[in-house]
Design a protein around this ligand. Structure first.
Ligand SMILES: [Zn+2]
Length: 283
């Protein structure tokens, strides 16, 4: 194999300053003040307790709120979202990352897949927003991980483990919609890693996780920009301090609560329109 030595101007090339791929100052801004005011007077209309190493679906009507809370012990959650009326519109982790960066917090949004590419859910409160970016480059609520899954475990260690988030989400979706596992599985997609603390190592660029700073009582709260079907898995990794594809880690439930705004509290707000691109693709 040919070895490729560094060219004479290697240092100069490395020294070129980066530019942000997608400057996001032209993104439509959510009216957080209105959302928060509507949330202050909203009424709780339902809750779902997600058992450890399992997942549950929940529905959130347009203009409603949902909160994910850590209860009993530090626990990470893997979140999928779909348009309640059309499963083909679902959370697009990669584009959300390109627009907002590797981790999400208050004021940032979960964006939907092509061809609609519009905000699905806006984060209105994050009790872990104080964490920032730590000395290892780690932060919480990432959109860089995928979801733990039995295929990667099988590839790397030959295991058959059935309670990875991918399988949990598949079972919960099948049960919620009354469809088979085979029909449900292709709808499961890359997640928002709620409460998970992750980053990339600076020396090798590898994806890392570390014990989540989440504690019981911490929560992440969202505004549903249109009707949503949510699916949340309480990851078998627990706080993801060591393992994520076995029954080794201490694992706790996660609580999902849904809140309805008072009549008139969202006057002037409407669901975001699908992308304005004409979809002619040059033909
Ligand atoms: Zn997981």
């Amino acid at each position: 194999m040919t070895k490729h030595p560094a060219p004479p101007d290697a240092d100069e090339r490395r020294a070129v300053a980066p530019v942000i791929c997608y400057p996001n100052d032209t993104l439509p801004k959510p009216d957080l003040a209105q959302y928060r005011a509507a949330r202050d007077t909203a009424d709780k209309i339902g809750e779902v307790l997600v058992p450890p190493r399992d997942a549950r679906c929940f529905e959130v009507p347009a203009g409603h709120f949902f909160r994910i809370t850590s209860v009993e012990g530090p626990q990470v959650g893997d979140l999928n979202l779909w348009n309640l009326n059309d499963l083909s519109e679902r959370f697009y982790s990669g584009k959300t990352r390109a627009l907002h960066g590797t981790h999400l917090t208050t004021g940032e949004r979960m964006w939907s897949s092509f061809p609609r590419l519009r905000p699905m859910a806006t984060i209105i409160e994050d009790t872990l927003e104080w964490y920032g970016i730590d000395q290892y480059g780690g932060s919480v609520h990432d959109v860089i991980g995928t979801r733990c899954d039995p295929y990667t475990g099988n590839l790397l260690s030959g295991t058959q483990y059935h309670h990875c988030c991918h399988s949990n989400l598949t079972r919960a979706l099948a049960d919620h919609l009354g469809i088979s596992l085979a029909e449900a599985e292709p709808h499961v997609h890359d997640v928002l890693n709620v409460f998970m603390c992750t980053g990339f190592t600076r020396d090798t660029g590898q994806y890392f996780m570390k014990a989540s700073p989440v504690r019981p009582g911490d929560y992440l709260e969202f505004f549903a920009e249109f009707g949503l079907l949510g699916n949340l898995s309480a990851c078998p990794g627990g706080d993801c301090s060591a393992e994520h594809s076995s029954d080794e880690a201490a694992c706790y439930p996660l609580l999902v609560e849904v809140f309805a705004p008072k009549e008139g509290a969202l006057d002037g707000w409407k669901s975001p329109a699908p992308s304005g691109y004409d979809r002619s693709h040059g033909r």
